[in-house]
Design a protein around this ligand. Structure first.
Ligand SMILES: Cc1ncc(COP(=O)(O)O)c(C=O)c1O
Length: 400
């Protein structure tokens, strides 16, 4: 397979990413290297807090904070009123789950590839509220079967359908738009985990047909750690949906026994959040839109496809990714060696990867008979030469 060539834009993206000079960073599904404008936005605000005080700096930056929210909303094809900032993707997902007054016997319909924390939250609701967790079967090639979802919606009448777009431990991309169509035609609320999708896959919440979409800043979006966001549709906002526990930012306390919800998606936020990080994720959204999400997707996928082919050539390596549509996450099982050990050896040689374990995705990992996996997740600013270097080092390590 021919290695993806480096266009002049690649040199620009790398010049914007000082971390590239120090390491081969192939852990963008963990936390990406941030481009310079993101770092500058965060640093500048911390400087301002130092100068003015935290609350005073926030008020001073009200316009920039609004712009940050607008830029994040553009990334999703949404409006500012539909965006809430949270601490991370899990917190956003939990806020959306908190909307529903689950009663014993209520069904959450989900996929076998849903993220571990989401699966644990469904199981916690099963334990505390008597919810039934139903997982739709997969297509033969992998990924949730939208027709099966349609059938299960008819049969089980779920209170909520929740699907992870891209799971954490493989290159699989689930067809969230087809599932959305099934949800919309049956008017069932639909929650999407877009944590690994945002920044590497173009998102149009209208086309997906979701009511809620949770995501994080630090992965393929290349924003800072410690901030995420939730999209809530106009439909659910107008219906008065709100998380179980709302604070004084999500609502006004009007009388001793009465509160009124904030009209927009900010009812899903908590008052205290880092302005520096919100400005950072806003800068990341602007940067991503400047690169172009289609451009980012095409190059990251081409690098990942190249990595899959090169890794499959190594003796004792099994590529674990399945699915008709594979993204920029590559997972392999290095035979006979725990992936965590290989990850640390590579790290010592300046190459960043990660090593999901069985508990990160028990259904998928058990099905693949894999105890652990080495995850290699390039992004558009990586190069084929970096993939070659990582594969070469891995070959040497596996030979020992
Ligand atoms: C698919 C998926 N969903 C959710 C999360 C959780 O994101 P956060 O740590 O921002 O809560 C992750 C993290 O790896 C993930 O891969």
């Amino acid at each position: 397979m021919k290695a993806p060539a480096d266009s002049p834009a690649v040199a620009r993206w790398r010049a914007d990413t000082p971390g590239c000079e120090r390491r081969i960073h192939l852990n963008n599904a963990g936390a990406s290297l941030v481009p310079r404008p993101v770092r500058e936005a965060v640093d500048a605000h911390l400087d301002l807090e130092d100068k003015l005080g935290g609350y005073e700096a926030m008020e001073h930056c009200a316009g920039a904070l609004r712009e940050a929210a607008e830029d994040v909303s553009r990334l999703l094809g949404a409006a500012r009123r539909n965006i809430a900032f949270t601490q991370n993707s899990t917190a956003a997902f939990a806020q959306a789950l908190g909307v529903f007054d689950f009663a014993p016997g209520d069904v959450i319909l989900t996929s076998r590839a849903d993220y571990a924390s989401n699966q644990i939250m469904y199981l916690s609701l099963a334990r505390r509220r008597g919810v039934r967790v139903v997982r739709a079967p997969d297509l033969a090639q992998g990924g949730v079967d939208p027709d099966a979802v349609r059938g299960l919606i008819r049969q089980q009448q779920p209170k909520l359908v929740a699907v992870t777009w891209v799971p954490t431990n493989s290159g699989l991309v689930q067809d969230v738009a087809a599932v959305g169509e099934a949800c919309r035609s049956a008017a069932v609320p639909y929650l999407v985990d877009a944590c690994q999708a945002v920044g590497q896959i173009p998102i149009d919440v209208g086309a997906i047909g979701c009511d809620y979409l949770a995501a994080t800043s630090r992965k393929f979006l290349r924003g800072p750690r410690g901030v995420g966001f939730l999209y809530a549709s106009d439909r659910v906002l107008a219906a008065g949906a709100h998380p179980l526990l709302v604070d004084m930012h999500g609502a006004d306390w009007l009388d001793p026994d009465r509160f009124e919800l904030t009209p927009d998606a900010r009812r899903f936020e908590l008052w205290e959040i880092s302005s520096a990080l919100v400005l950072g994720v806003g800068a990341a959204a602007r940067y991503a839109l400047g690169v172009g999400i289609e451009t980012a997707r095409d190059r990251a996928r081409a690098l990942a496809a190249y990595a899959r082919v090169r890794l499959a050539e190594l003796a004792g390596v099994r590529v674990l990714d399945r699915g008709a549509d594979l993204c920029a996450i590559v997972t392999i099982e290095p035979a006979g060696r725990p992936a965590a050990e290989i990850k640390l050896i590579l790290r010592a040689r300046g190459i960043n990867t990660s090593s999901p374990v069985r508990e990160d995705a028990v259904i998928d990992m058990d099905e693949k008979h894999a105890a652990s996996a080495l995850r290699i997740s390039p992004h558009y600013y990586n190069t084929a030469a970096e993939i070659d270097a990582a594969v070469g080092t891995l070959r040497e390590v596996l030979r020992r």
